[in-house]
Design a protein around this ligand. Structure first.
Ligand SMILES: [Zn+2]
Length: 343
């Protein structure tokens, strides 16, 4: 998955060079020392989620099909992107890069902290877009900041506020569970490596893996909100449809190389699943799940809004890194409004 996504970035229509540069630098957002300090804890979380959360919900047949895989938790090489996909598999090994797990955990913490303190979440989108469009020299000390640092989230946010702790932990675990289940599907269905199949087949496999992951969420009664957050961040971390170019040929050439469905399409399918099978599966909880589905659906127009995406990109190119700080969130919102009115 990582390799394929790099291909996708290489196929960008504009700003391809900039993108490649910023992706190369992404690995340096987390130092090796920092990641080593977190690795055991993150690895144990993955083991627990798989063995206690997911495995008991598998059918005998699925357990058999997945019996010979093992986890691997590599440290990043200098050109690893930050979080374009959180994991990958080679059929026998489920590869979960420590940096992706850490980045995902930080995303959950950032979201929870902003949510609990009533700040707007748009700073997260702006951060991921800045990573793609800006040079590290634009940031303090000439290096890309970590998400929590850039957004001004206190380093001990989860220790000092129980609500942040609980929300961030459940979002993180939901995201980890979805990603493990998605990769497990590739193993169980014996999907071929993406370099051996067409991009179209790769996208079909990805959709099948997402469907399996959602079904596991349903079997384990886990809301896919953490995964929703992950895809939401990916909409800006990867390629927003607004960057596809305007002509049919440009769009077709992107599609020809894309091995993953658009994050937006994955989000749409997730919402439909929550509103449909989730809500139907437990009649006594239908109202809860319909409510979660409609909350997710409310965010969709914002994700789809091309003017808004163009505006975020404009801001990401021009705004000071300070505009990511929560005290300026109102200002960022005002800028977004101005941006939208001008278009
Ligand atoms: Zn996949």
């Amino acid at each position: 998955m990582l390799r394929a996504s790099r291909l996708l970035h290489g196929a960008l229509l504009t700003g391809a060079v900039l993108l490649a540069l910023s992706l190369q630098a992404n690995a340096q957002i987390y130092s090796r020392v920092d990641l080593e300090a977190e690795a055991v804890r993150l690895r144990n979380a993955v083991f627990r989620i798989y063995s206690i959360g997911i495995k008991p919900s598998l059918t005998e047949e699925e357990v058999r099909a997945a019996s010979d895989f093992e986890f691997s938790f590599p440290f990043p090489t200098p050109d690893d992107p930050l979080m374009d996909s959180a994991a990958t598999t080679d059929g026998r090994t489920m590869i979960m890069p420590v940096m992706s797990l850490k980045a995902l955990e930080d995303l959950a913490t950032a979201y929870a902290w902003l949510q609990v303190n009533n700040y707007n979440h748009s700073a997260i989108d702006l951060y991921f877009t800045m990573l793609r469009y800006r040079d590290r020299a634009d940031f303090p000390d000439g290096r890309f900041p970590r998400l929590l640092e850039a957004l001004g989230v206190p380093p001990d946010a989860y220790k000092t506020d129980k609500r942040v702790d609980e929300l961030s932990l459940s979002l993180r675990n939901e995201a980890f569970a979805f990603i493990i289940a998605h990769e497990l599907a590739h193993i169980i269905y014996r999907h071929k490596p993406i370099n051996a199949i067409s991009a179209e087949q790769a996208r079909a496999d990805e959709r099948e893996a997402d469907a399996f992951a959602l079904d596991i969420m349903l079997r384990t009664n886990t809301p896919p909100l953490g995964a929703f957050l992950f895809f939401q961040a990916q909409i800006y971390n990867l390629l927003h449809p607004v960057e596809f170019g305007n002509t049919q040929e440009e769009k077709a050439s992107v599609l020809l190389q894309m091995t993953h469905p658009l994050s937006l399409d994955r989000v749409r399918e997730m919402i439909e699943f929550v509103e449909g099978p989730f809500a139907r599966a437990r009649p006594e909880e239908t109202e809860i799940w319909s409510g979660i589905g409609s909350d997710m659906r409310q965010i969709l127009p914002l994700m789809e809004d091309k003017d808004l995406a163009a505006c975020v990109i404009k801001l990401a190119r021009e705004a000071s890194p300070d505009s990511l700080k929560p005290r300026r969130t109102v200002e960022t919102e005002a800028m977004l409004k101005i941006c939208r009115q001008n278009q």
